[in-house]
Design a protein around this ligand. Sequence first.
Ligand code: COA
Length: 260
Amino acid sequence: MTDPKTVLEEREGRVAVLTVNRPDKLNALNQQVRDDMLARLAAIEKDDSVGAVVITGAGEKSFIAGADIGEFEGRSPFDQREAMASPRIFDVMATFPKPVIAMINGFCLGGGCELAASCDLRVASDKARFGQPEIKLGLIPGGGGTQRLPRLIGTGQTLRLVLSGEMIDAAEAARIGLVEMVVPAAELREKTLELAAGIAAKSPLTLRVAKEAVRASETLSIDDGIRYERDLFCLCFSSEDKAEGVEAFLEKRQAEWKGR
Ligand code: COA
């Protein structure tokens, strides 16, 4: 059953902001959060009034401090497998048909760091801290950290985080490419929403195709990827939004997107 208070949802124009709301547990991901996040995303996917999604954590201390460690105690491997059954929030975000932005307001650890890595863009407060501390629990990352992180920051930096379990600060996270932007904590929401609103104002159809093309680079060879990009580029020529975008440029006016 979903709990309306575990993941909060707000709208800022065409941007939906989802906030994991367990500040007393540093927004650790338990089953309820995962279920509620999936339910929110399923509704947002069908909602044409939403052009982009922002994910964040409640309070000033933490984005998401990882999986809820309390749930691990006494769990059998089969129970754990059940808890990790598809659909998983990490995969849903990576393939979500609308852009997803992580607004990282504090601790971004374990499953939180993996969730951020599954998003399309990451904006961090200068107070945020990042890490994959699972090794300290006798575990390894289980939300894609050993697979998505190397594609984002490279094998060496991933192994640094995964093998040491140590935290890095926001400036270091930006230096290694773990986040795309770092802003003063007081400006985090404003700057993230500015970025999200600018994206959400674009054609939803074209955004979807653009994300699909870039995401394909994570699995396709360079030759297949270049061919796929060309085909998607040509597919855009069938859309009303391509006709409108080109016409608006030539007429020196703002395009009015239809999403088809
Ligand atoms: N799962 C469950 N509860 C968690 C949690 C997690 N991943 N991370 C923090 N919490 C809880 C703490 O148990 C504590 O609960 P309590 O007040 O009921 O005792 C509360 O959140 C506050 O955390 P606390 O440890 O007191 O804050 P801190 O500022 O001293 O330390 C951290 C912050 C992030 C360094 C520390 O909480 C931590 O190491 N968390 C675990 C991170 C982790 O290993 N994540 C990967 C999980 S696979």
